[in-house]
Every structure is written in structure tokens, then in C-alpha cells.
Design a protein around this ligand. Structure first.
Ligand SMILES: *[C@@H]1O[C@H](CO)[C@@H](O)[C@H](O)[C@H]1NC(C)=O
Length: 259
């Protein structure tokens, strides 16, 4: 295994160190997908690692901490929080938290016949980015890794296709774009507008975070400073999960030995 292929930011760290290069021709999935089915796990030679991670997952004792992010695609603070706090925390703690993304933020909507028109704080490109991300969230369970990829690239909307190829190659960019341009995207964005308008207290900036449906300035500040610490603190399990510094039980190493 070459070291540069071992991306530390894998959705499943447990399979991150599996040696795949030798048999990669029979594995058509990106690492984030290896454990998504028995078939992909076998094809990619990581069945053992996937089973161990499932075993581990079933030890979850408490309810997951629900983290919701109300944001807009081109707001610098939103991009920073999503890429530097939310996604890395989710990679480490996805067994103990759920993430809900609501792209809309400070946008405005106006009814226009049966549909709605949207105006975004950072212009047309932001509305396009919000719509792409909204459609992804409706169309694939790899939406969060794809959105992370887009938000961490220099050109958020321009990277849609390459991020899909990287994270979910079986997803058709054309299908996503027909959602973006069509009635489905319009309806889904209207739902996001309603969810954003329903916030209590109402948001007066973005990124706006709720934890288990609650927003306070204290929770917001803690989430901005270290979401990882906040989720570990709020996850009611004793002892704490090993990822949070509890007793370590994980046998997740799958080394590639010298021959
Ligand atoms: C996608 O959107 C449609 C239409 O609103 C909805 O019925 C469906 O449940 C959504 N699917 C997901 C996975 O969110």
C-alpha cells in the first residue's frame, strides 16, 4: 500500500488502512463506500474490517446527538465550519451523532405561480450551490462527503462533477442537474426555506447550529470552538466512547505487512 492512498479523512477510519492497491481493479467503489454492502466489502477485500466496525457500532448505548446546520453555500464562515469542524467531527463520531444540513441561510424566497424564486446573499452562484447541495441531500447517502468536497474546493459550484466522481461515481451529474433546474429542486428548496423560517429563536446569522433541535449562544459558541468536544460532552454514555477518550477497545488496524 502506498502511504499517499491512505487518506486519513475517510468516513470509515476502520477501513482506511486496508491494503487495496493490489486488487483495486475488482473494487469499483471509493473508500467511503466499501462498507455500504456485503457485496462491496467482499469485492474490495475489507469484509473483516466492515464487520468489526458494525460490531463496534452496535455498542452505541445512548441516543445520537443531533447536529443541524443552517447555512448558505458561499458564506465564508459556513464553509469554514462545515469543512473544518462539522465534517471532521462527523468522520470521528458518526456513530454517536446525526447531521442535518439545511442549505438556505439568509436567502429569500418569493412565490412565482406554482413555483418559487430565490435570492441569495452571495448572488446567483450561491443559489446554484444551495440548490446543488439540496438535490444531493435528496438523491444520495453520500451527500455529506460530496458537499464537503465542494465546500473545500476553490470553486464550490464548479466542483460538483469532480466531487461526485470522487465520492459517488455511480451517481449521474446530469440527474442531479435536472433536479437543480427542475420542479423537484424548487420544491426541496422551498422546504428548506420553511425549515429555516421555523427556527426558534429565528436565526440572525449563519452558520446557525442547533443541537438536539436547540439553539443557544452558548451551544453555538461551543460548536464553533470545538464541535468534537461538544458532541462528546453531550453524548450521554458512561464510559465515554473510545473516540472521546474513553477506554479504547478498537481492533481496527489492518496493516499491510512487508513480504
Ligand atoms: C426526496 O424528495 C421527495 C420529494 O419531496 C421526497 O418524497 C423524498 O422522501 C425525498 N428523499 C429523501 C431521501 O430525502
Amino acid at each position: 500500500c502506498s502511504v499517499e492512498k491512505m487518506n486519513v479523512l475517510l468516513p470509515l477510519l476502520v477501513v482506511g488502512s486496508a491494503c487495496l492497491t493490489a486488487s483495486s481493479s475488482s473494487c469499483p467503489y471509493p473508500p467511503g463506500r466499501w462498507c455500504s454492502s456485503m457485496e462491496s466489502a467482499v469485492q474490495c477485500g475489507v469484509l473483516k474490517q466492515c464487520l468489526e466496525s458494525d460490531l463496534f457500532r452496535s455498542r452505541r448505548a445512548a441516543d445520537p446527538v443531533q447536529v443541524s446546520l443552517y447555512y448558505e453555500s458561499l458564506c465564508p464562515g459556513c464553509r469554514y465550519f462545515l469543512t473544518m469542524e462539522l465534517f471532521p467531527t462527523w468522520l470521528l463520531l458518526h456513530d454517536y451523532m446525526s447531521v442535518t444540513l439545511v442549505p438556505f441561510g439568509n436567502a429569500q424566497e418569493k412565490p412565482d405561480g406554482q413555483k418559487f424564486t430565490f435570492e441569495c446573499q452571495h448572488g446567483e452562484q450561491e443559489c446554484l450551490g444551495n440548490m446543488m447541495e439540496t438535490c444531493l441531500l435528496n438523491m444520495t447517502d453520500m451527500a455529506f462527503p460530496i458537499i464537503y468536497c465542494m465546500e473545500s474546493s476553490a470553486d464550490v459550484t464548479g466542483s460538483l462533477e469532480s466531487c461526485i466522481k470522487l465520492k459517488a461515481p455511480e451517481l449521474s451529474t446530469d440527474k442531479v442537474m435536472s433536479c437543480v433546474k427542475g420542479d423537484l429542486g424548487n420544491q426541496l428548496m422551498h422546504q428548506n426555506a420553511l425549515k429555516t423560517k421555523a427556527l426558534n429563536p429565528p436565526h440572525n446569522y449563519v452558520p446557525w447550529v442547533t443541537i438536539n433541535g436547540v439553539h443557544t449562544e452558548d451551544l453555538q459558541t461551543k460548536a464553533m470552538n470545538s464541535l468534537f468536544t461538544l458532541v462528546c460532552d453531550m453524548y450521554k454514555q458512561d464510559p465515554k466512547p473510545p473516540e472521546c477518550g474513553g477506554p479504547s477497545q478498537r481492533h481496527h488496524r489492518s496493516y499491510c505487512h512487508t513480504q
